[in-house]
Design a protein around this ligand. Structure first.
Ligand code: AMP
Ligand code: ZN
Length: 115
């Protein structure tokens, strides 16, 4: 497991920066976005530092599957009953701000009207 010194999400994984956690296991962590765009807005990240979706290879397919598979379970647990959005911003043109792979999962009433 690699930790990038200046990566804010690696610091959350390491417990050096607080986060409101929604889920964790040996591979994944989910926590509430600090600037939510929707009533329920969590970020699902791998513990392992992968900068961006363009860096994933076939060895990461199971991990990506687990990230996506967690989304509906998390939303159900957080009381989201009417659907949600999953978003991965990738690279500069994709609007990525934090270069540690993360999937936004946004639920609650009409999340697309925010952010
Ligand atoms: P992106 O544009 O996809 O890279 O989004 C990065 C997201 O990380 C933004 O929605 C930020 O609000 C969120 N974020 C940045 N720092 C933190 C933090 N310390 N805790 C929780 N969310 C954060
Ligand atoms: Zn990182």
């Amino acid at each position: 497991m690699s930790a990038e010194t200046n990566c804010i999400f690696c610091k959350i994984v390491a417990g050096q920066i607080p986060a409101k956690k929604a889920y964790e296991d040996e591979e994944l962590l989910a926590f509430h976005d600090i600037h939510p765009w929707a009533p329920v807005h969590v970020l699902v990240i791998p513990r392992q530092h992968i900068a961006t979706l363009t860096e994933v290879g076939t060895e990461h397919e199971a991990l990506l599957g687990r990230m996506l598979g967690l989304a509906p379970r998390l939303m159900k647990e957080l009381g989201v009953t009417n659907g949600f959005r999953t978003v991965i911003n990738t690279g500069r043109d994709g609007g990525q701000e934090v270069y540690h792979l993360h999937m936004h999962v946004m639920g609650g009433p009409r999340p697309w009207l925010k952010g």
